[in-house]
Ligand binder design. Structure first.
Ligand code: OOG
Ligand code: MG
Length: 262
């Protein structure tokens, strides 16, 4: 079925309202099985425009499904990218409000802060390191708008890759002071270790993961801007949490990041 402008707008409204009203919805591909990945990125961009019209700002990008743990968990075997907006930034010292989310999960990630613009279609991990000012510990809160957190690749792309919230640890580390693939991660829920991992879980090197996103953005004429924050993708599986839970991630060399949920 041909996807008309009208249908595209209808899908974007559907996803925008699901997030706004905190409602799980049937995935888009059930109704539109012909949805392609390219078209899904068009929808993601349109969804971003809608959000910006409500007063939020674009502050960077996130990678998704860059580790085997996440690909196996979600049954999707390709990396994806989504948009980060200013309203997603949560603070470590403020409790996260469960009632503002649908069925959130937390995952540990390494955040990059760009010291320069970076755009192209042949960008390498080394180029990313050169353009990065700092890296930091991060936790991403994903909250798919789809029923039971189940989707196909185009569905999750259109839904801005399940993005909801993220928090950044307070330690900003110059990127050359740390060997990212060797950074060890201990992920805990209520002081119990739920997963361990290393930076290398993310496409062998989190900088390679960021390079992948830059090249994908480059194909669409987009790129990273100085000051952007990039979440390089979950290192372990994601874990569900609820009111009363505390989630923490410890990273060798990058410090800790944690939050509790009310
Ligand atoms: C898609 C988003 C994946 C990651 O870091 O792998 C993601 C999902 O799992 O719902 O953010
Ligand atoms: Mg993530």
């Amino acid at each position: 079925m041909e996807m008309t402008r009208e249908i595209e707008n209808e899908i974007v409204t559907y996803l925008f309202e699901a997030e706004r009203d905190r409602r799980e919805v049937v995935k888009v591909s059930d109704k539109y099985p012909g949805l392609t990945i390219e078209k899904a990125y068009d929808l993601q961009e349109e969804l971003l425009r809608r959000k910006i019209a409500t007063g939020t700002r674009s502050i960077g990008y996130k990678l998704g499904l860059t580790s085997k743990a996440k690909q196996q968990m979600m049954g999707v075997f390709e990396a994806i990218y989504g948009e980060l907006t200013s309203d997603m930034l949560a603070l470590e010292w403020e409790q996260l409000d469960f009632n503002k989310l649908i069925h959130p999960k937390a995952e540990p990630e390494i955040a990059f802060f760009m010291g320069e613009d970076l755009k192209g279609t042949n960008i390498t991990g080394e180029d990313v390191l050169r353009a990065t000012q700092y890296v930091a510990a991060a936790i991403e809160i994903i909250d798919s708008r789809y029923l039971d957190f189940k989707f196909t690749l185009p569905d999750v792309v259109a839904d801005n890759c399940s993005s909801a919230k993220f928090m950044i640890g307070s330690k900003m580390v110059p990127v050359r002071d740390v060997n990212l693939p060797e950074v060890g991660i201990v992920f805990t829920k209520n002081n119990e270790v739920v997963a361990t991992g290393a930076g290398a879980a993310v496409l062998g090197d989190p900088a390679v993961s960021v390079a992948w996103a830059v090249n994908k953005l480059g194909e669409r004429g987009l790129g990273l801007r100085k000051g952007d924050v990039i979440l390089s993708g979950a290192i372990t599986e994601a874990f569900a949490f609820g009111p009363g839970d505390t989630i923490a991630a410890q990273f060798t060399g990058l410090g800790n990041v944690s939050f509790s949920c009310k």
